[in-house]
Design a protein around this ligand. Structure first.
Ligand SMILES: [Zn+2]
Length: 276
């Protein structure tokens, strides 16, 4: 196999969702380590999402964006601006997931319309990013039987959350910050819910990440596992046999590298080191 075939094959494989994804639910409580996944719903939003993308880059964190098709489809100047932001999020290595077309209450929506809501946004994300989405977040957290039928056909994983910024209701950066750290202290790992359409949510994110990094320094000192920011939802799949699968070697190696980077960062923190 020549080099280019190898490069092409590995690119293709890295973007193909694992076939065990269909029908799985993730709630953030199962994980092999202390992974924390940041998820952002209801965008893309040209006013607020670009600021968030820069924060995430500065701090070395990859996230998941659950987007609504209506925000970035069509020819209106607004949707074109949002589409450019979505392309940028994908280009920077974030995962793009499906949050339906118009964000309806699915339980009050006819089954055939529910199907269209999911399928149209699926096609729109594929068109913009070139990658078929395979992660779904139900609007208002409301899963239905009709949604499940479509999601299974398209081999989606349904991603709920256990760490909640509560940002639609408590509209302040300090409250989003406190809510996330409180839930993280309780669960030690998880999937965190934000809305990148809110300026206060976006501003809370770098504070949360820095706080977790500083807390990790204490963990390193105590010899405990550190909290790892990740956008690999596979880490949260529930074992169907009741016994957690062994973490793959590659994940263990990456965790060891992350720990080494974190240790070095903690040692240099007083010298103004960037992100670990
Ligand atoms: Zn939503």
């Amino acid at each position: 196999m020549n080099l280019w075939v190898l490069v092409f094959t590995s690119l293709f494989l890295s973007q193909t969702p694992p076939q065990t994804a269909d029908g799985q639910d993730v709630d953030g409580n199962w994980a092999q380590g202390r992974q924390l996944v940041l998820t952002f719903d209801d965008g893309p939003a040209w006013e607020t999402t670009p600021v968030l993308l820069d924060y995430l880059d500065d701090l070395g964190v990859k996230a998941i964006f659950f987007v609504n098709g209506r925000r970035f489809m069509g020819t209106l100047p607004l949707t074109q601006k949002n589409r450019a932001i979505l392309e940028e999020a994908h280009r920077r290595g974030h995962v793009v997931g499906n949050h339906t077309q118009t964000h309806p209450m699915m339980s009050q929506t006819p089954p055939e319309v529910q199907r269209k809501e999911i399928e149209r946004t699926h096609a729109a994300i594929l068109k913009v990013t070139g990658v078929a989405p395979w992660l779904y977040r139900p609007p208002f957290g409301g899963m239905t039987g009709a949604s499940r039928v479509v999601l299974r056909e398209l081999k989606y994983t349904n991603v709920m959350w256990n760490v909640d910024s509560n940002d639609p209701f408590q509209r302040h950066v300090n409250l989003a910050f406190q809510n996330v750290l409180r839930d993280l202290a309780q669960f030690g790992r998880g999937v965190a819910l934000f809305h990148d359409t809110n300026a206060w949510s976006v501003e809370a994110v770098p504070r949360i990440i820095r706080s977790v990094y500083l807390d990790n320094c204490q963990r390193v000192t105590r010899g405990e596992p550190v909290v790892e920011f990740s956008n690999e939802i596979e880490a949260f799949w529930q074992p169907r046999s009741g016994k957690p699968p062994e973490p793959p070697l590659v994940r263990l190696q990456e965790a060891a590298r992350r720990r080494a980077r974190m240790t070095a960062w903690c040692q240099n923190i007083r010298k103004g080191a960037g992100s670990p």
